[in-house]
Write a protein that binds this ligand. Structure first.
Ligand SMILES: [Zn+2]
Ligand SMILES: [Zn+2]
Length: 286
């Protein structure tokens, strides 16, 4: 519903998403409310893999350069980052990010937490601790991995964080509702997150039936799909597509991609029209 005083200054938001060789550009005649940026779409080693001579690791296509998986969600001045992997600093610089209000952690694996130290810039900028939301098991792991952050007598200049313990119940960050979704990563319980029409689930190979109800109706669904071959702790590409099809979102996105997946360009041609491989820097607005 457009207010008559607002209507004359409606913004035309340009969406430009590339699918293989073809570019689909559509205009959406409303101001965007949520913007999601894929900060990284790679698996734990990233792509290229150090010292790997395979064709994906030698590719010149920028979409074959994948930093460790993370997304940033911006809504009405609020900026939330899911996971701070080892590439967090590079991702913040690449996307010229000047504000992060909160970090959500999916799980404690190093490729999702290693960059936490670099939230310090936001401490200096905002002169306050960073709000960090994670499950108890993840908090315990952070306390071991980043003991100096939690030390009673802290060295000057260490990251300042305010930890919020979460479970699978919805919670609020300002006026935004975050719905955690339980998923299983081999034997490790992890969390996915639904924020409005956007759902992000990485590092999983199973989602319990009752948790799936939280995903129903989502329009943008991100699922990790490591590679084409089956894997012990991650959905394969075909398993991820099958899961996306269960929910019929407007679009499904594959993330946490290994060099074993193949070239972005070639794999993209094999995908159903409503599914795409995410790539670093991809933005979706809705
Ligand atoms: Zn991972
Ligand atoms: Zn993991």
């Amino acid at each position: 519903m457009f207010d008559k005083f607002v209507a004359p200054i409606i913004f035309a938001t340009l969406h430009c998403e590339k699918f293989g060789n073809s570019s689909i550009v559509k205009f959406n005649l409303r101001e965007f409310q949520v913007r999601v940026t894929f900060l990284g779409t790679g698996t734990s080693q990233g792509v290229p893999v150090i010292a790997c001579p395979c064709q994906v690791c030698r590719s010149f296509d920028p979409r074959d350069k994948r930093l460790r998986s993370s997304v940033m969600i911006e809504e009405n001045g609020l900026s939330i980052v899911i996971d701070t992997g080892p590439d967090f600093r590079t991702q913040m610089l690449r996307e010229h990010v000047t504000n992060v209000d909160a970090i959500l952690f999916t799980h404690e694996h190093k490729d999702h937490t290693a960059g936490l130290d670099d939230i310090r810039s936001f401490n200096y900028l905002k002169q306050r601790p960073m709000d960090v939301y994670a499950e108890e098991a993840v908090i315990r792991s952070l306390k071991m991995e980043f003991a100096y952050v939690f030390a009673e007598k802290k060295y000057p200049g260490v990251p300042q964080i305010e930890v919020h313990s979460i479970g699978t119940e919805p919670f609020m960050i300002r006026d935004l509702t975050i719905i955690p979704i339980r998923a299983i990563h081999y034997q490790l319980p992890v969390l996915g997150f639904r924020i409005g029409d956007f759902t992000y689930i990485t590092d999983a190979n199973y989602i319990p039936g009752d948790e799936k109800e939280k995903i129903a109706g989502t329009r943008h669904l991100v699922i990790s799909g490591l590679r084409k071959q089956k894997h012990i702790s991650h959905f394969s590409l075909s398993e991820a597509i099958e899961l996306i099809n269960e929910f019929s979102p407007k679009r499904g996105y594959i993330t946490h991609i290994s060099h074993q997946m193949g070239l972005h360009e070639e794999v993209s041609r094999e995908l159903p029209p409503n599914v795409m491989l995410a790539y670093d820097g991809l933005k979706i607005e809705f």
